[in-house]
Design a protein around this ligand. Structure first.
Ligand code: PBG
Length: 344
């Protein structure tokens, strides 16, 4: 039988430059994909947030964050040692403050021997090479669960600054490497910088939670530190940002940079990737992003049901932050991901 007729050569109706340009050529093999990869994820991109609790019971699970435990100080020392061995450069500490120590004026926040300050001292004595970052905000310490002091239902800005300064100084005296104001009061970065410098703590850096939104994604965190019941039906919308706003985040960052912030943070992460990109482009400062508790819970819930593939989805979600321009990511998955990267 006759061979079929040759197909006519493709005409110039092909869009673009096909077939001269074939994007799939660079995706053909593992070695080629590795060669052309634009971003890499490394353990040194990760900051591990840890919940610290009183007592010598080793650990206690957080139900809404499967795989995350609250750690006592002895357990913290071991866990942070392990983090350091994996190449995770820093940890961020969040205290679970016993209810009896919470008050309207948050006095426990600047107690030199409070839980977080004892944890800082222990870490700096026993695991000195891992960086220690601490939140500066009053919510773990207030009986009403807000990040600032209240009068007649209003969160007071300038009065709160005095307390934040005392809190930051107590952490600096304990040996913290980085203070991270996460309260969203106006003017706090400048006041904290001045106070630190006046007391000789000029080496303590400030990581400003500059673009921090009033987000529904913080729910599991508030379970973990036990501030949910304190806050009750309250919300933080008079100080944390409106999720509708992007330009406003750049103004927040500009102010914090002018006041002396060394590093900036965007929080939450995945729904705010546009801000990671914009902040990095606008300021060229080290820009961190917080993959917050609700993002973690969301991933874990789907993984537990078998709807998402754990091995791939955790790394992919972090790679998105790198691609958007983040220099580092705060993530509850830091240890698991660092272990996975080490195995290759
Ligand atoms: C406290 C603080 C919060 C988080 C970090 N620091 C909660 C809040 O602002 O209510 C949330 C982190 C997370 O959800 O993982 N200011």
């Amino acid at each position: 039988s006759n061979p079929p007729e040759a197909l006519p050569a493709p005409k110039s109706f092909e869009p673009g430059q096909f077939p001269q340009v074939r994007m799939r050529r660079n995706r053909r093999t593992d070695w080629l994909r590795a060669l052309v990869a634009e971003n890499k994820l490394d353990a040194s991109d990760l900051i591990w947030p840890v919940f610290v609790m009183e007592g010598d019971k080793v650990r206690e699970p957080v139900p809404s964050m499967p795989g995350v435990d609250r750690l006592s100080i002895p357990a913290l020392i071991d866990a942070v040692g392990h983090a350091g061995e994996l190449g995770v450069p820093a940890v961020a500490l969040f205290p679970v403050v016993p209810p009896a120590l919470k008050s309207a004026a948050a006095e426990e926040a600047w107690n030199p021997d409070n839980l977080v300050n004892r944890a800082i001292r222990a870490l700096k004595a026993q695991v000195p090479d891992v960086g220690v970052i601490c939140d500066v905000a009053l919510d773990p310490y207030t009986s009403h669960g807000h990040d600032g002091l209240i009068e007649d239902g209003e969160i007071l800005n300038d009065v709160t600054l005095d307390v934040l300064v005392r809190q930051a100084l107590a952490q600096a005296e304990a040996g913290v490497d980085v203070v991270a104001p996460s309260d969203m009061m106006d003017g706090r970065v400048g006041r904290i910088r001045q106070a630190l410098d006046a007391r000789g703590h000029d080496k303590v850096a400030i990581l400003s939670y500059a673009a921090k939104y009033a987000s529904a994604f913080y729910g599991p965190f508030r379970d973990a530190v036990g501030s949910k019941a304190n806050l009750g039906a309250g919300d933080k919308r008079t100080y944390q940002m409106d999720p509708a706003n992007g330009d406003e985040a750049l103004r927040e960052c500009a102010l914090d940079v002018a006041e002396g912030a060394d590093m900036l943070m965007v929080k939450p992460g995945m729904p705010y990737l546009d801000l990671v990109w914009r902040v990095k482009q606008a300021f060229s400062l080290p820009t961190f992003v917080y993959q917050v508790s609700g993002e973690y819970a969301m991933l874990m819930a789907a993984i537990e049901r078998g709807w998402l593939d754990r091995d791939r989805v955790l790394v992919e979600s972090l790679m998105g932050f790198k691609r958007a321009g983040a220099d580092a990511v705060l993530t509850y998955t830091a240890i698991e991901v660092a272990e996975r990267l080490k195995k290759g």
